[in-house]
Each structure stands twice: as C-alpha cells, then as structure tokens.
Write a protein that binds this ligand. Structure first.
Ligand code: ZN
Length: 496
C-alpha cells in the first residue's frame, strides 16, 4: 500500500511534531544478567546457555553486580536520580524467543529516573528530558529459514538461538521532546548520536547499531500549533542513525496527510524499511496489552549503597560534549570543523595523532583528507585502516621538515597501508625523500635549461611565470622528489 504523503516543509508549516525515543543498549558485561553464561557476539547458536537463561524449572536468577554498576554509570552520566531501593518485575507475554514466557524487567521502580541530555541542534541546545533508565534482560533471536527476506512470512521453518537471551539490556526512555519544529528529525538523530558517544565513553557497551547492541524505538506525533499533542506512533527497532532521522521525517509526512484528510492517526507500532525509508503498520496498540507485571519473587530488591553510587560518580569520564568543547578551544577549530571530524569518526584518531606530535591542523588534514578517501575507496572504517596515529604524525613531521612533499607523503601512506613498515623505513627503502642535495638539483636544473632553450629565453626576457615549465621538467626528471621552491630559486638565479 502506498501512503499519501505531504511534503515535509508543508507539513511543518501546519503541524508541530513531538518526538520521543526509547533506546535499548546491550551492556558489555562479560556474563549475562542473571546467570554466568558468557555474552560473546557471533558464537555458535545456543552454545552460551544454561538452565537459568533457558528458563528451566527450578533454576534461580542472581543479579549481575556489574550490570547494576553500568546502569548506575549511565544514570549518573544522564543526570538522573539513582533509586535507593528498587525491584525487578515480571513482564508476562508469550514469544518463542523468550524461554521463560516472561521477561525480568523493571516496571514502576526503575533504577534511574528524571535526568537529561543536552544535544546541540543547528547551533541551539535542546535539553532532552530522560524519564527513566531501567534494566532488563534481552530475548533470544528467531531465525526464519526459507523465505526471501528473512521474515517469518513465506518461511518454511524457524530456528531460535538463545545466546542473546538474558544479556543485560538497559532501556533509556526520553520525555516527549517538543518545540524542535522542522529540526525534529535531525534532533532525533543527534540525540541518539550523543547518547551513543556518551555510552561509548562510559565503557558500558560497544554500542554497535549494526550488530543490534544499540537499537531505537522512535515515537512521533503531530498536532496543529497550540492544540493538545496528537496520537503517537512507535517505529520499532531502528538500527542506524540515518534511519532514526528518516523514520521521524517519514512519519511527519505521513501523519500530516492523515490529519489533512480529516483522518485520525492510529496508535500503533510501525516498521521502517531500510531500502525505501518508509514505515508500514505493525501491530495496533489501541487496546494496551496487559503484561500483568508483578514484583519478581525470585530476586531480592536492589538497594545500591550511597557511598558506592558516589564512588561511581567520581569515576565518570569527561562527557563527550565537554571533551569536544575543550578540544575545539585547544585546536582552534570552528563548530563546523569539529562536526566534520566527529562525523568522519576521526576524533580519537586526531587526538592520538596530536598526542604523537603532529599539529592539530596536520592531523585533521591527513585523517579527513587522504586517509578518509582511502577508507571510503576500500569501504573500511577510518579506524580499521592499517596505519597508526603515530605513523601519521611521523609523516606530517617529515613533510614539515621538508624531507617529503605532499605527493611523496601520499606515496609513503600507500606503502604504510600496503604493510611495508614505518614511514622512515619506507622513505629509506624506496628513496622517497625530497632531493635537496644542491649538486643533484643544480645538475637537473642545468639539464632542464639546456633542453628547453625557448623557455629559458623567455625567462631571460623577464617572463618569470615561464619558470613553472622548467620546475615541472626538473620535478619530472627527479621523479617528483625535487623541492619545488628550491628548484625555482636555482632557475631564477641562473636566468635573471
Ligand atoms: Zn545462562
């Protein structure tokens, strides 16, 4: 079914969007939430299970202390209040990938409440309220075999892998975000970006959206200005930053069309299609499902001692937003330039390259220029390129010292990426250094003059610009290794 859409700009003229985000983060603990099974990603299916995470009768859960600690770290970093006493609850529903037929979660007593995260959106600070941060266990994973798309429709049979069942999962729920107007889709993406960077800096998760360790449900509603909020839809399991933005944008365009036609937006979950950026209807939430929550009888309450919470607070790293502000001042770069570094995934690399002795300008130039191009051309992440910040810093140093020019530096980069060793060894082995030996340069200049008498005559007549031809000839003769500025000086010394 093709949805009717209203162009985004037009929709925003008539309606105000309200967004909300629920983010699930798999914690990077070594073992699961309520048992000792390890949590390695990509292991043989059902090789990381035990009676507890398979929900076998008589088995009893035990809370993972590290998971509690990580959740408190997240709560504190998000400016939340940490509960002095809280409980786990059973959320009852049936699903084949959930072995117990209930999920241990938190309901009315979450571990962390009432915080916020500031997000820079087009030069303005948007304070996103955090309603709650709670801890639960992940479900297993169904694999549908025989269908075309990996979905259950058309599949011949389904398999289930319980390795993921019981991995600690933190849910971070925002309050409704209002007043962002046309920036709503971007604000949603930037919130998730900031949250991801924050979680990474806390060391609590590897936050890989493509592997599902960070996933988002995106809520969107529309209403005319001044009117009460509209009915929201929930786009489930959005798994890339770009898709977060697309999901909000599409829902605004779709809901505006529904409202324009005098219709009613239905409260439902929707699925985003990565290929088209559109959403389609999932299950209706008009009648709220009754999960029959009740306190988990097999677990004692969690009452984190205050001094422990304060110890965790004292151990928090500098927040990414503060790090960026500090580095901007130190490196003297604009907000836009800093965005470019962050968006290229080069921040840590530039930091390490500067620490290894390069100037911030040089470090930025190489990582955002030549090396980003190489990463793009080979379809790899910048961080996965086989060159270290120290090697980049050394190449920048060789250029600054006049040993290499930019063209030769690119050859050295090629050689490092090809595994030929460190920059100095490569310069030595391949004879790549700029020729600054006066004897060799003078000989090459004299040859170039002798071979181009008409050009030499022009320069003698005062047409200095013609010197470029001779510089080019000398550089060609020396395989690009001649220092162009010195060659030019030598030519002019001889002919003027
Ligand atoms: Zn287990």
């Amino acid at each position: 079914m093709t949805e009717t859409l209203i162009p985004f700009a037009e929709a925003i003229e008539r309606y105000e969007p309200v967004i909300g985000l629920e983010t699930h983060v798999e914690l990077g603990t070594r073992t699961k939430m309520f048992c000792g099974c390890v949590t390695t990603f990509g292991a043989e299916p059902n090789s990381q299970t035990c009676p507890v995470c398979l929900g076998l009768p008589g088995s009893l859960p035990v809370v993972n202390r590290t998971a509690i600690e990580y959740t408190i770290r997240i709560g504190l970093a998000l400016n939340c209040t940490i509960a002095e006493w809280c409980r786990f609850a059973r959320k009852n529903y049936f699903y084949p990938d959930m072995p117990k037929n209930f999920q241990i979660s938190q309901y009315d007593e979450p571990l962390c409440t009432d915080g916020y995260l500031d997000v820079e959106v087009n030069g303005k600070t948007v304070r996103v309220g955090i309603e709650r941060v709670h801890l639960e266990e992940d479900t297993g994973k169904s694999l549908h075999v025989g269908g075309a798309t990996g979905r259950i429709h058309g599949a011949e049979y389904s398999l289930v892998d319980y390795n993921r069942a019981g991995i600690p999962l933190v849910e971070i729920v925002t309050r409704p975000v209002t007043g962002t107007g046309e920036d709503a889709p971007v604000a949603a993406r930037l919130y998730v970006t900031e949250l991801r960077d924050l979680l990474r800096s806390l060391g609590v998760s590897d936050v890989r959206m493509e592997e599902g360790s960070l996933r988002c449900d995106v809520n969107t509603s529309l209403a005319p200005p001044g009117a009460p909020w509209g009915t929201r839809t929930e786009t489930k399991n959005v798994n890339s930053l770009r898709s977060v933005e697309r999901a909000v944008r599409f829902e605004i365009e779709r809901q505006a069309a529904v409202l324009d036609a005098g219709g009613r937006v239905i409260q439902e979950t929707r699925h985003l299609h990565e290929d088209t950026g559109t959403t389609t209807s999932g299950r209706s939430k008009e009648e709220a499902q009754d999960y029959r929550y009740f306190p988990e009888p097999d677990l004692v309450p969690v009452a984190p001692p205050r001094d422990w919470v304060e110890q965790i607070r004292a151990s928090l790293p500098e927040a990414p937003a503060k790090v960026r502000a500090r580095l901007r001042a130190e490196w003297n770069v604009s907000a836009l330039e800093m965005d470019a570094i962050v968006n290229a995934g080069a921040l840590d690399l530039v930091v390490q390259t500067v620490a290894a002795g390069a100037s911030p300008a040089d470090a930025r130039k190489w990582w955002l220029g030549e090396l980003s191009r190489r990463a793009h051309d080979t379809g790899t992440e910048l961080t996965a390129l086989p060159i270290t910040p120290a090697q980049v810093a050394r190449i920048a140093e060789l250029v600054a010292a006049g040993t290499l020019n930019d063209r030769l530096a690119r050859d050295v980069i090629d050689a490092v990426l090809a595994g030929e060793g460190d920059p100095d060894a490569i310069v030595e082995a391949r004879g790549l250094a700029v020729v600054s030996d006066e004897g060799a340069l003078t000989a090459a200049v004299d040859e170039a003059i002798a071979a181009n008498p008409e050009v030499a005559a022009k320069i003698r007549d005062g047409k200095i610009a013609a010197a470029g031809v001779l510089v080019g000839a000398v550089r060609k003769a020396t395989g690009g290794k001649a220092d162009a500025a010195r060659v030019r000086e030598l030519i002019l010394e001889r002919l003027t």
